[in-house]
Ligand binder design. Structure first.
Ligand code: FES
Ligand code: FE2
Length: 434
């Protein structure tokens, strides 16, 4: 098969594509609960290339459906969200959260055929502050047991950020750890880092080696390099089907999982889930300052009602991500403020969809190459034979997976190092259940 065909099958997630078909087998995290008020304005929601609306009815139920009214396609975005349903403002037809037409007031009773009309509605679940959508034609599986998403609402930090590029190039930034020593910490010298700060090893040696393996949830890899004599510094990260990652952000106590949800082929919604009980381990340098340009958090533009209006950042392609050339010379490696802004800038700068033919993958891209192959194989197997992709039928697989960075005795093998960290890690859910 041609490289271009591989690329298209990997990157395109609209209806009728292999990847789009596979992604529609999974629950998709789509909207924060707080974005929808009872009887409030419907929200324009773009998912996998489909234009949808989301609304919360008078009873609190959430409906997600094609934005076009099944009568003559006026947008239900304009609709009246009232009395447990959304009413089209053109001729008054009304739909409940499941898409059933419950009123057809412009037809006399003997010509009313509302029982035969259904809006194209998707299944919706809400859990711990997050609204999930299932766009598949099959019976919906249980929600994925992604550990971070199971944290009680008050302990779960949810952040959404829109990225103006294809979902996979955005995701690949999370499984490409060697960029950390350049994009985020390229200006930091080893003697600036306190000896007990693990970041030190990423700047002492910016060219790690890797181990990688397929797993039942996706792919796992670790970057490794020497630490103190006789010790190894490890950075573990995961790809979980179909669009989730876990990145190293400290010890394995840090419960974090991140989704890169295709809005369409050139826009992605980043959904970050993390346990508030395990803050990130970014710590100051010896001078008491954080790494220049490494601010955490997000500066948002105000949300608008546009299809692409939610969760955009002030740093964006239209202003060159606010790159400061003076700061690039004197302070930070990029001159771009904030860790997320830096990631956003490089992946958006690739263009709307990366041209895989133009790339030259190197040893540091081993995880990216393996993950692409794994995704492509699963998407094509589903398209060809309907073979269920990983985790769909067994969502519990997700729960026992973590990422992180740590140091061990150099004699310990990489999978053993992972298992040891897993065993030692805090397990808030398991502990709560005891
Ligand atoms: S187009 Fe919606 S009721 Fe006519
Ligand atoms: Fe990054």
């Amino acid at each position: 098969m041609s490289k271009q065909k591989d690329s298209d099958d990997l990157l395109r997630a609209g209806a009728g594509t292999p990847m789009g078909g596979m992604m529609r087998q999974y629950w998709i995290p789509a909207v924060m609960s707080s974005e929808l008020e009872r009887d409030g304005a419907p929200l324009r929601l773009m998912l996998l290339g489909e234009k949808l609306i989301a609304f919360r009815d008078s009873s609190g139920r959430v409906g997600v459906m094609d934005h076009r009214c099944p009568h003559r396609c006026a947008s239900l975005f304009l609709g009246r969200n009232e009395e447990n349903g959304i009413r089209c403002v053109y001729h008054g037809w009304k739909y409940d959260a499941e898409g059933n037409c419950v009123d057809m007031p412009n037809a006399p009773p003997h010509q009313d055929f509302k029982d035969k009309v259904k809006a194209k509605a998707y299944k919706v679940e809400e859990r711990n502050g997050l609204i999930w959508v299932y766009m598949g034609a099959q019976k919906a599986p249980p929600l994925p047991a992604i550990e971070a998403s199971l944290m009680p609402e008050g302990e779960l930090q949810i952040n959404l950020v829109q990225r103006e590029c294809n979902w996979l190039q955005a995701l690949e930034g999370d499984i490409d750890t060697s960029h950390f020593g350049f994009l985020h910490t390229g200006s930091v010298q080893p003697d600036e880092v306190p000896p007990d700060n693990l970041m030190r090893w990423t700047v002492v040696n910016r060219a790690p080696e890797y181990h990688i393996t397929d797993t039942d949830y996706g792919t796992m890899y670790c970057a490794y390099r020497p630490a103190e004599p006789g010790q190894t510094y490890w950075r573990f990260a995961n790809f979980l089907f179909p669009f989730w990652t876990q990145t190293p952000q400290g010890p394995f106590d840090r419960v974090n999982t991140r989704a890169w949800v295709p809005m369409d082929d050139t826009h992605t919604m980043f959904v970050s889930l993390s346990w508030r009980g395990s803050p990130t381990s970014m710590r100051p340098l010896k001078n008491g300052q954080m790494v220049p340009g490494s601010r955490l958090g997000f500066d948002y533009l105000p949300n608008t009602t546009d299809w692409y209006g939610r969760w955009r950042l002030t740093q964006n392609p239209s202003n060159d991500w606010m790159i400061d050339r003076e700061a690039q010379k004197t302070e930070s490696y990029t001159g771009i403020a904030s860790i997320h802004g830096q990631d956003q800038a490089v992946t958006e700068s690739m263009g709307p969809i990366t041209d895989h033919e133009f790339e030259n993958l190197g040893s540091s891209d081993i995880m990216i190459a393996r993950t692409r192959r794994r995704l492509l194989r699963a998407a094509r197997a589903f398209a060809k034979d309907g073979k269920a992709p990983p985790c769909v039928d067994d969502p519990g697989i997700y729960t026992q997976v973590r990422s992180g960075d740590f140091v061990t005795d150099a004699k310990i093998a990489w999978r053993d190092a992972y298992e040891l960290q897993m065993r030692a890690a805090v397990r808030p859910l398991a502990q709560a259940a005891e």
